[in-house]
Design a binder for this molecule. Structure first.
Ligand SMILES: [Zn+2]
Length: 247
């Protein structure tokens, strides 16, 4: 049986000398593992559309639950991203997070749109890396059931508390600190809170339509990174690599 899907390449793994396995993020089928026959041959027509982070249309042949690529065409290769190692490594981190957050046969069109929008923002729009990173991390967390409670301090209701509890995903004033959660609290300013609320609630077409100063942007990206890794209880090798390039 043949089927045609649109997907982003999240990972490429060598299968043998000639073939590779691709992990795709698709709209209708969630995460999908497909075999790319002959990908390692010099003249393979699959080379461009099967690159990491490429977005393409794939015609697949399905037999007993195994998918093999019959034909593939690139829709968007994000070429400016491929010419900038730092941005490329950030995009690779987004792909690794997407792989962790998606499941086989469980459609997640919002996550695919988020990843595409963030790759586009890094590549074509040239937006600041910290801004795109914060949007991706926080919004990906929200789409995966880890939406933080940002209404106000969970004890007194104050709209602008000064702490964010990473493991409970809630706000707290310094003086309201309760013993219920032993989690790490990070300081938040009203500007950080405003940006977080925007990212969690905005229209998906306006993900980047907020303004923050450079200091707020840096703190925001640190906070969203710590929040996502605390919620998922893991680190990411691709994030470590990205950060090693910034030193
Ligand atoms: Zn309070």
């Amino acid at each position: 049986m043949y089927l045609t899907i649109q997907g982003i390449v999240l990972r490429v793994t060598d299968y043998n000398d000639r073939d590779a396995l691709l992990t795709l993020l698709t709209r209708r089928h969630g995460k999908l593992t497909v075999k790319a026959r002959g990908l390692r041959r010099k003249n393979s027509p699959l080379i461009a559309p099967c690159q990491l982070l490429a977005y393409g249309e794939f015609t697949l042949f399905e037999y007993k639950g195994q998918y093999t690529i019959n034909e593939a065409q690139s829709i968007e290769l994000f070429l400016p991203l491929r010419r900038d190692l730092t941005r490329l490594s950030l995009g690779t981190y987004f792909a690794q997070v997407s792989e962790v957050l998606s499941q086989e046969d469980l459609p997640n069109p919002e996550l695919q749109s988020l990843l595409l929008n963030c790759l586009y923002a890094l590549s074509k729009l040239g937006l600041p890396e910290e801004k795109v990173k914060a949007v991706f991390e926080l919004r990906a967390a929200c789409l995966s059931g880890y939406t933080p409670d940002l209404f106000g301090c969970h004890v007194c209701g104050n709209q602008n508390p000064d702490r964010f509890d990473l493991s409970a995903g809630q706000l707290e004033c310094r003086n309201c600190r309760s013993g219920e959660s032993q989690g790490i609290r990070l300081p938040v300013t009203p500007a950080i809170l405003e940006a977080m609320r925007y990212i969690c609630l905005c229209d998906p077409k306006k993900l980047f339509s907020f303004q923050v100063g450079p200091d707020t942007q840096k703190q925001l990206a640190e906070l969203t990174e710590a929040y996502l890794s605390t919620q998922l209880e893991r680190g990411f090798s691709t994030l470590d690599f990205y950060k090693s390039l910034l030193i």
